[in-house]
Design a protein around this ligand. Structure first.
Ligand code: 48F
Length: 265
């Protein structure tokens, strides 16, 4: 057993130095992902496993987004065949029921997060993305961040900015980053019918799931939408506690991110 006296300043300096080292490696990322739900964690894991410098920024203290609550707090989620593969990739146990597969929501969060971290993703919890960074021809080239606690307290504290070759909006139903880009860049239009973010449509699980991968696109130079944010941008339906589309959307977002990084390198 270690007999050195326990030093509070030592503990503090270990925390600060370790944080500063890791955070210092995020000044120029390949991919900044906003939101640690199923879509964001899946995209992050796949890209980091390929060697990209990837960070996920999550406003809350906990990762997992909408997975935890399962369906109406029953801690289970459901996928069909297509999404099953991605869950099995990270070791989530599934029980089969005639083409449907059921998983424990807590296990799903834990294994998605652990696999992402093992692949090399840096996850910053308690950090909100309040804006994007813009350069040449209004291309998105980074994120503007602040502590979630600062945001919640409504304090006037200037944020910090980090560069990224592309940004993935995986913020869920609100599509916060996509909405912000449209609001703040004069004349900005997305490749949707009316160029705006109309929001998701009422629940229709089959159509919502089917549309999601196709909706996972670069909607503005350097900005990809994934997960429910993609369905909100393209006015597709919500789908409740069926999650396969979220994992597949994360996988598609990783492919689109790769294309953007190659284009910009
Ligand atoms: O909502 P969320 O889980 O997004 P998703 O990956 O998955 C949707 C499903 O959970 C479910 C569903 C299934 O059919 O519809 O809802 O599309 O995770 C989004 C995460 O983003 C965080 C938020 O706290 C949540 O954990 N988030 C949202 N805005 C910001 C943010 C922001 N501006 N900065 C940081 N984190």
């Amino acid at each position: 057993m270690d007999t050195a006296p326990l030093s509070e300043p030592k503990i503090t300096s270990l925390i600060v130095e370790s944080f500063a080292k890791d955070f210092g490696e995020c000044m120029e990322m390949d991919v900044a992902i906003v939101g640690a739900g199923p879509a964001g964690l899946t995209a992050a894991r796949i890209l980091a496993a390929e060697g990209y410098n990837v960070s996920v920024f999550e406003r809350k203290l906990a990762v997992g987004g909408g997975i935890w609550g399962g369906g109406m707090l029953f801690p289970r989620i459901v996928v069909q065949e297509a999404g099953k593969r991605i869950m099995e990739d990270v070791g989530i146990k599934l029980s089969a029921h005639e083409g449907y597969y059921v998983a424990d929501s807590v296990e799903t969060v834990a294994k998605c997060a652990a696999a992402a971290i093992d692949a090399g993703v840096r996850i910053w919890v308690g950090v909100a993305v309040e804006d994007v960074m813009i350069r040449d021809n209004d291309e998105v080239c980074g994120v503007v961040i602040n502590w979630g606690a600062v945001e919640a307290a409504g304090l006037h504290v200037d944020p910090l900015a980090l560069a990224a070759k592309c940004v993935i909006d995986a913020t869920g139903h609100d599509a916060e980053i996509a909405r912000g880009v449209l609001r703040k860049i004069p004349g900005a239009r997305f490749n949707t019918d009316d160029g705006a973010v109309p929001g998701e449509r009422p629940m229709h699980a089959e159509i919502g799931e089917a549309a999601l991968v196709g909706n996972t696109q670069e909607v503005y130079p350097g900005l990809i939408v994934a997960g429910m944010a993609a369905n909100a941008v393209f006015a597709s339906p919500r789908m409740g506690p069926i999650f396969g589309g979220m994992f597949l959307s994360g996988e598609r977002a990783a492919e689109v991110a790769r294309e953007i990084i190659e284009r910009r390198s």
